[in-house]
Design a protein around this ligand. Sequence first.
Ligand code: COA
Length: 260
Amino acid sequence: MATYENLLLELQHGILKITINRADKLNALNIDTIKEIKNAIQQVYDDPEVKGAIFTGAGQKAFVAGADISEIAEINDVTARNFAERGQEVFAMIERCTKPVIAAVNGFALGGGCELAMACHIRVASDNARFGQPEVNLGLIPGYGGTQRLTQLVGKGKAMELMMTADMVSAEEAKALGLANHVVPQEELMPKCEEIMHKIMSKAPLAVGLVIDCVNAVYTKDENGYQTEANSFARCCTSEDFIEGTNAFLEKRKPAFKGN
Ligand code: COA
């Protein structure tokens, strides 16, 4: 069983809440925290009790204010590539998880924080949240997938502008850009995330996981997403949940999905 110094994990009603817990550093991601996020997301993959995960940040001010700049300052040409690839690997695990992962963005989501939020399947922002990729201020570029995922989410022109200017955007602007799915008052942030999660959890889990796979296929080079979709559709049709779902509809009752 993994132990955590920089994260708080709480499992309630099938939802694993993962809180980045370095509030005095605005939840900046040091290397140990990245390792712990990897362990936590592995738990989401492996633990049948976990049906979905919500990432958030400790305190009222920040989701995550980026990679830890005091560690970045020590990076050299030998360690830099490894630094980026390690973070990319962990964030790709989040993106590819076949259980739903929601980011509850409760404040600053900058640099690696914006990248973490973008790796999640859905982003809900509190009205005080601010998003940005300010790496050029430090003579850097995003290294945890930000250049790719921001472009996927907001389009090329706006992604170019945000990453070249280092401008931050408000929660409402992020919503207008397609970066945030919803904006809610801070006290409603976790209830809204839980509401979305419970709605997803009431659907057929296998089908939900295959939706995630198929959407990700759009952005996976050399993968034919239409083929992935047809294969996934066929896989659904051999599942018990498909029989349950269609029977429940015809019998005018709620389905009881089992995930197989
Ligand atoms: N890495 C390491 N420490 C960080 C950090 C980061 N990414 N972001 C904030 N902190 C630390 C600050 O150094 C400060 O620590 P201290 O109290 O020991 O001095 C503490 O968190 C509070 O931050 P502070 O800057 O005092 O808060 P603020 O309200 O004045 O400003 C921000 C908030 C988010 C605008 C500002 O902290 C900031 O610009 N952070 C860096 C964002 C960034 O460039 N991220 C990308 C990194 S690649």
